[in-house]
Design a protein around this ligand. Sequence first.
Ligand code: PBG
Ligand code: ZN
Length: 333
Amino acid sequence: MSRYNLIHRPRRLRKTEALRNLVRQTQLSVHDLIFPIFVEENLEERKPISSMPGVFRETENSLGEKVKEAENLGIQTIILFGVSHKKDADGSDSLSPDGLLSRMIKKAKNVAPNMNIVADVCFCEYTDHGHCGPIAEDGDVDNDATIENIGKQAVNCAKAGADIIAPSGMMDGQVLSIRESLDEAGFQHIPIMAYSAKFASTYYGPFRDAAGCALGKYEHVAKDRKSYQMDPANGDEAIRETLLDIDEGADMVMVKPGLAYLDILYRVKEAFKMPTFAYHVSGEYAMLKAAAEKGWLDYDTTMMETLLSFKRAGADGIITYTALDAARILANK
Ligand code: PBG
Ligand code: ZN
């Protein structure tokens, strides 16, 4: 007998595994996972990315095996990033039907016709200065020249077989330009997953090694992306950016990075009730891997808790470098 007469004892529902399973509110499924793959052209052998242990730059051949591996684990969506050897001021290789962007989409589609192939639509992987569009006189990215080109890039991706177009450059009007260009080219059915609230984040550091799109090569060109990616201090602006993308025709929206921006994710989902995605970015992955390598955190459980937190905050899906690991864990549950 207890001398306390407690009516409410939340611990009642935590007593057994079966009770906890019964009342669990949020679940992570393999269908929530979007797996990113880096592909480098003219590469003999797949190359490990040192700041992202377990992640490789795939060759155009090994891309096929990676896509198959993801498919065999039940993953149905991948996103592709190119590491170009044909960079120029405008990123023109990404507009060519024979360019790397087009080739890797074709290859992935060929290997796995039922997979959703997401094309990350931006120019930074194909420009020699590393910015997300051509540079104007003042050293800053030329917004309207970029959105003119980005419509063409999106059509190039759709022609290659992309199922989803994901513009990541944070240019004003890019979603509208893409929607109009896709429609004119007969791709009315291809949806846009907009990186709507993308912040100028230092958590992208390892990605820039991975994709080879670091800035700073040219004296007269801006040394950061703060004139187009958002100020990490601005929550309300993220809502406005997302609203603009929805008005311009975005079918899905995204918040990026992930963990440090869970408040934004929650607000975006609450405000718009759109299919909403979180990008668990390279720096977040690197931190997790580093702590695990030191023996300070358990990789599997910390990762699964992190992915669940995105879902709890409102994400319908997550772009994550942990996708294969998470899929394996989900399969063995
Ligand atoms: C390109 C792009 C970036 C990322 C995804 N697409 C880099 C950037 O904007 O600097 C970052 C992904 C990551 O860090 O995992 N626009
Ligand atoms: Zn970019």
